[in-house]
Design a protein around this ligand. Sequence first.
Ligand SMILES: [Zn+2]
Length: 434
Amino acid sequence: MCGIFAVKGGYSNAMRNSGRVLLLWLVSVGSVLMNDRVYVMHALFSEIVRNGSVSRSQLSRTYGLRPATLVAVVERMKKQGFLQEPDRQGRHTGRRASDLMLNPKAGSFIGLELTPSRIYAVRMNAAGEEEKRQQIQLPAAASSKKICSLLLTVYQDLRLASGGGMLGFADPGAIDLKTGRTLQTVNLPAWEKVQVFDFFRNNTADQTPLLAPETLVRTYAEYLQCTPDFPETLFHARFSEGIGGGFINKGELLIGNRCSSMELGHLVLSPTGRRCRCGNRGCLEAMAGAAALRQMMQELVASGVSTRMEMNDFTLEHFVQMANENDRAAQVLAQETCERIGPVLAMVTTLLNPQIIVLSGELAGLGNLLLDAVKRAIALRCLNNAAETIKIKISTLDEFAGARTAALLRRNIFLEKALQLRPRLIPPLSAGMI
Ligand SMILES: [Zn+2]
């Protein structure tokens, strides 16, 4: 009996053991397949959001994907309405596969950029195509309440036609991403200490709007513009009504502790220099910002230097145009300004060693005058022949790039959440997301 029991017990134990082994094997295969699927999803969507589209063969080659898993993931994503492959109807059409793209109908995204003088707004579909744009001028000395009401009007105008309403917002100054509240906004004082995140959450269809500083959003726009040859490191400096910067390292934006990094305009270069609107003296913005340039032009003209510019209508755009048309006073000041900017970008190069520096904003319209000054300063001040390896270029993006990219960043967060993508496609840079 014992023997029988032993045999029976032994048999039964063997069965139990082999069952356990089978179960473990299934779990492990399942886990491999699941990990495979997660890996394919991440590879697929990170390529598409960076490049706009990707081919199956390129994906397999770059990431060493198993064809069966790729086919399964792609078919599932197409069925769920996230992907499209315009020329391919089924798996076995015999035709060369077209590129995989996001389905434009997967979502509708509104991007708003607030600057000290204007609101730029766009509506984008999920494939990253712009469907509608609008811009409005801010009234002089507009209150935060007025600005909020204008932002909402533009949002509703763009939203009506599509019904969608996910929102990306590019903020003109620094914003505390832990609270969603704006910090100091030197060029738009009315926009300080505004609870932007709550405002949008309570007044739009989006419960998790994306908020990010405008210079970071535009830095990401410049990075996307480099497709398909993305640099390892990119520094972007913007010379507009205010001056700001942003840095990308291996696809990730440098955020800083409270999203207040890269306040390029408020680097103090001369502690006894002109008073800046931030309260300090000798900031770069007090030497090369719009308000400072206007004041310096007036001083030049008062001291007898000739100009064809009308001082009452001073705008940066006009100043740059006049400098390029050899207006005497505008040219003198433009030259001096470029000489002040050059050393600052040499400091940036010494600190960050970027592969590319992109210059944007109205002042970048000075073109070679600015490029040459920056190159000279880097050659003179930076070690290790930085000037020979660094690429410096003028941005080619238009004034809606900030709004467009804010919408795209919101779309990426939508995809991350809807598809449970890990790791995330973009670093956390929005209130409510960290
Ligand atoms: Zn300052």
